[in-house]
Design a protein around this ligand. Structure first.
Ligand SMILES: Cc1ncc(COP(=O)(O)O)c(C=O)c1O
Length: 374
C-alpha cells in the first residue's frame, strides 16, 4: 500500500535495524567487548530505547551529543573531541562518564578535573597507519592530521592520568584493515597499554556488512584482552544502521537537456550531503545504472546549486510527476547532517515497525528553518 505520508521523509525500518543489532550483540558476546553507538552517524533518539537493549551505551563528539546520549540512550556515555571548550567542560561532566582527549595538552588541561569528578580518562593516539585509499577526508592517519597523538608527541609523564587509549582510523572497512592497524598500534603504543583499563578501537568497522569477517574481529579483540588485560570498546556508527533506512522522495518535474532529467523534492546538498562530499551514488529501489534499463534520468534536487545532482539512474518506465522514489541505505550520516539551504524543508522522520506499520515520528516546518536564523 502506498504511504500517505508527505515526501520527503526518512524511513527507518525496525526489522532491518534489529538484524544489525543482533549481529552486534553477537559480536560483543563472542569477543567479550562493549559496543557503543557513535551518535554522529545516527541520532534518532526515539529509537534509542531499542538500541539500548543491544548496545552498551553511546559515544559523543561534544556537549550536545553527550547530553542526548545520557538523557535518551543510557548505559555508558563516552565523549571524544579534538579540543574541548573550557566553558562547556563543567557541564559535560554531568553527562559523560568516559572522556577521551586528543593531545597531551588537552589531557593536562582537562584530565585532572575529569579524574576528580570520578570519570574515566583516555587519550586518542594516532598509529600513523593509513589503510584506506580514495577518501582522504576520512583518513585520520594522513600526514598533517590533527586527530590523535602520534608517538613523537606522546608524553609518558601523563600516564598516571590515563585509564585507557583510543584510536579511530577506519571508514567502512573490513577487519583485515583493523588487524593491520592494531599491529601498528601495538608496535608504537602497546607498551603503554599494559596497566591501563581499556582500549577503544573507534568506528569505521563495517561489522554488519555481508562480507565483513567477524571471526577475525573477534580474534583481534580477544588478542587485545588476553595480551593487555584490558576491556575493549568498539564505537561504530554506520554498522548500527547499515541498510536500515530509506529516503522517500517524489518527482516534482521532468525536463530534457541532452538527456532526461527529473527534479525531486529532496536535495543531495540538503538531505544527503555525503553524496556530494564523499562522493557516492546512493542505491535507488527498482532502478539500474545509467543506460541499463529503458529510461535513464539524471536525478537532482530543487535547489539553485547546479551540482545538486544525486546521480544518473535508469528505470523500466518513464518518470512522471508524483512518482515516489526510494533511496536506500539512508539512515547513516543523513538526518544528522541535513540543512535548510535555499529554505529547503527538512525531511520528516518515519518509523516502520516490525509489523510494517509506518508511524510519523516527527515533521518539520517553516519554524525549523526560521529558528536557525535571525
Ligand atoms: C572517533 C570516532 N568514533 C566513531 C566514529 C564512527 O564511525 P563509523 O560511523 O564509520 O562507524 C567516527 C566517525 O567519524 C569517529 O570519528
Amino acid at each position: 500500500m502506498k504511504s500517505t505520508i508527505s515526501t520527503p521523509y526518512f524511513l527507518v525500518d525496525e526489522t532491518r535495524l534489529v538484524q544489525n543489532l543482533e549481529i552486534l550483540r553477537q559480536v560483543a558476546d563472542q569477543a567479550g567487548c562493549k559496543i557503543l553507538l557513535a551518535q554522529k552517524a545516527f541520532s534518532m533518539f526515539s529509537c534509542y530505547p531499542l538500541l539500548r537493549r543491544y548496545l552498551a551505551g553511546s559515544t559523543a563528539s561534544g556537549l550536545y551529543e553527550a547530553r542526548l546520549g545520557k538523557e535518551h540512550f543510557g548505559g555508558e556515555t563516552h565523549v571524544f573531541s579534538p579540543a574541548y571548550k573550557p566553558e562547556e567542560f563543567q557541564e559535560l561532566l554531568n553527562y559523560a562518564d568516559h572522556f577521551v582527549f586528543n593531545s597531551p595538552r588537552q589531557l593536562q588541561k582537562f584530565g585532572p578535573a575529569a579524574k576528580a569528578a570520578g570519570k574515566a580518562v583516555g587519550l586518542r593516539v594516532n598509529p600513523e597507519c593509513s589503510t584506506q585509499e580514495g577518501h582522504a577526508i576520512y583518513d585520520p592517519c594522513a600526514p598533517g592530521s590533527r586527530l590523535g597523538t602520534t608517538l613523537a608527541n606522546f608524553d609518558e609523564r601523563l600516564l598516571p592520568l590515563l585509564d585507557g587509549l583510543h584510536f579511530h582510523t577506519l571508514c567502512e572497512q573490513n577487519s583485515d584493515d583493523l588487524e593491520t592497524t592494531v599491529a601498528a598500534f601495538e608496535e608504537k603504543f602497546g607498551r603503554y597499554l599494559h596497566g591501563l583499563k581499556w582500549i577503544n578501537l573507534g568506528g569505521g568497522h563495517h561489522i554488519t556488512r555481508k562480507d565483513y569477517d567477524r571471526e577475525r574481529l573477534v580474534r583481534i579483540v580477544k588478542h587485545l584482552k588476553d595480551t593487555y588485560q584490558v576491556e575493549v570498546y568498539l564505537e561504530p556508527g554506520e554498522a548500527v544502521v547499515l541498510n536500515a533506512g530509506f529516503l522517500v522522495t517524489s518527482v516534482l518535474e521532468t525536463l530534457h537537456n541532452g538527456m532526461d532529467i527529473a527534479i525531486l523534492d529532496t536535495s543531495a546538498a540538503c538531505h544527503m550531503p555525503d553524496v556530494l562530499e564523499m562522493p557516492y551514488r546512493p542505491p535507488l529501489k527498482n532502478s539500474g545504472e545509467s543506460g541499463e534499463k529503458a529510461y535513464t534520468y539524471r536525478l537532482g534536487g530543487p535547489t539553485c546549486l547546479a551540482g545538486d545532482v544525486i546521480g544518473d539512474y535508469s528505470f523500466d518506465a518513464t518518470l512522471n510527476e508524483g512518482d515516489r522514489l526510494v533511496f536506500e541505505d539512508m539512515a547513516l550520516y543523513t538526518m544528522v547532517k541535513t540543512n535548510t539551504f535555499n529554505g529547503m524543508p527538512l525531511p520528516a522522520i518515519v518509523w516502520r515497525d516490525a509489523n510494517g506499520q509506518e508511524k510519523l515520528v516527527k515533521a518539520f516546518g517553516y519554524e525549523d528553518f526560521k529558528n536557525r536564523l535571525s
